[in-house]
Ligand binder design. Structure first.
Ligand code: UD1
Length: 431
């Protein structure tokens, strides 16, 4: 199993190109199931989760091809890929356990499959071990659109032989995944669907942009009320994946931690305002430029800041672990409260191995800043937790090895290359 070895203590200086967002690319790829024409996606990141979803979609009959430059090009910005997906015929409406269990988002195929084919049989998902993560909202919502649903032997079986029909559905809780799925399903339903208390995340707006380019009639995506006028069929389109706001926030926090001056090339400040505000409060400078976002911290220490995770536009749960990494070296005490997922504090024990002082009280972590961290071997437990260990390792004295790097490979493209390009001493050790 690969490991990442870091020798901490270097400031970061230079340019980091921000990749396309994993969490936008995945639902856009799944949207290809809604049409027999080709959906072209630009700026798709090269990540293990994307490769896995390509295989899962292939199982349903989706062909794909790659345009343009692939890996091993010179110049950091030449990596983004353009992928073409064509679901001319859906050959299988079942998504089996061995595929879905490896990536929770693949459960989302249930929406397009039942909308286009009138049936879908999708295994209950696995994914990151960050709480129970049920699928009740997907089931409820699809039933509201007229699907018959059975849960049997670990599979959710959805049927709508005569097609779905539009309806009003109020999400009892904000869910990004359930919003994606119901929005996709409703594009091909008869009549109008109104989704209330929908997720407002930028990835939902990116998916709506894609679906509208395919001929859907969606308005209000990015707000809590989304209206979808069903159409008879969707066509091909070409759409660009938005830049990854979680990757942006992660590297911004890394610079806030180590000090230095880095341009996050291609980043969009409007996608993560609340996180950028918090980073500014810690004492770093954030400067939006024409090329992206410049992050700078020199001299002054890190100020402690309390944060509470919340749905967009609040502070993202996907940046909670990284922010905790930053707070371990703040000048004083901070409180970090997680409201989206239970059990999303697995990084606490590992940060403690580097010398962090953190106590847990229910869903709140109280972080007592220390003046220095010391490198140690640590274990990655989930995608975002593992990158928080990388951030802490960059600032720790001496050597840190992060084990189980496959978690990082699910969501961070060429992490060690991007960081070493800015002066970090970081390398991947294979085997
Ligand atoms: C997406 C993101 C993930 C991010 C999360 C919250 C992708 C691939 N993943 O995950 O990185 O951490 O949004 O921003 O885009 N819930 C239910 N019942 C359901 C569905 C969800 O109770 O049927 C709960 C979840 O357990 C959780 C909350 O709703 O407590 C929010 O989850 P949700 O927004 O659905 O997260 P994902 O879409 O899985």
């Amino acid at each position: 199993m690969d490991r990442i070895r870091i020798v901490g203590g270097q400031e970061l200086t230079g340019t980091i190109p921000i990749s396309g967002a994993k969490n936008a690319a995945l639902p856009l790829m799944i949207a290809a199931l809604l049409t027999d024409e080709t959906l072209t996606l630009e700026n798709v990141p090269h990540l293990a989760d994307v490769e896995r979803l390509i295989r899962i979609l292939g199982n349903h009959g989706v062909d794909y091809s790659v345009n343009g430059k692939r890996d091993h090009q010179n110049g950091a910005t030449s990596y983004a890929r353009t992928l073409n997906f064509t679901a001319r015929d859906i050959v299988d409406t079942t998504a089996p356990y061995d595929l879905v269990s490896k990536m929770r988002a693949s459960f989302w195929v249930i929406g397009p499959l039942v909308a286009r084919m009138g049936e879908a049989k999708v295994s209950l998902p696995g994914g990151c071990a960050i709480g129970t993560r049920p699928v009740d909202l997907f089931i409820d919502g699809l039933q509201a659109l007229g699907a018959d649903i059975d849960v049997d032997n670990g599979y959710v079986i959805a049927k709508a032989r005569k097609g779905l029909r539009g309806n009003r559905y109020v999400f009892p809780k904000v869910s990004v995944g359930a919003t994606h799925v119901l929005m996709m399903a409703a594009t091909l339903a008869r009549g109008e669907t109104v989704l209330e208390n929908a997720a407002c995340e930028p990835e939902v707006a990116n998916l709506a942009e894609c679906l509208n380019a395919m001929g859907a009639k969606i308005s209000g995506a990015g707000t809590p009320t989304i209206t979808i006028e069903g159409v008879d069929g969707l066509s091909g389109a070409s759409v660009r994946v938005i830049p990854d706001r979680i990757e942006t926030g992660t590297y911004a926090m890394a610079v806030a931690m180590t000090g230095g001056d880095v341009l996050l090339e291609g980043a969009r400040p409007d996608l993560l305002e609340s996180a950028l505000d918090v980073i500014v409060q810690t004492g770093a400078e954030i400067i939006p430029t024409n090329e992206g976002i410049r992050v700078r911290r020199n001299g002054a220490g890190i100020a402690p800041v309390d944060v509470t995770t919340a749905p967009f536009p609040g502070f993202p749960t996907d940046l909670q672990a990284q922010f905790m990494g930053l707070m371990t070296m703040a000048r004083g005490k901070s409180r970090i409260t997680e409201t989206i997922f239970e059990n999303r504090f697995m990084h606490v024990q590992e940060l403690a191995r580097l010398g962090a002082h953190i106590t847990l009280s229910g869903q709140t972590a109280i972080v007592e800043g220390v003046s220095k961290l010391k490198g140690a071997p640590v274990m990655a437990t989930d995608l975002r937790a593992s990158v928080s260990l990388v951030i802490a390792g960059l600032a720790a004295e001496g050597e840190t090895t992060v084990n189980r790097v496959y978690h990082l490979d699910r969501g961070f493209e060429r992490l060690e290359e991007k960081l070493s390009g800015c002066g970090a001493v970081i390398e991947r050790i294979s085997g």
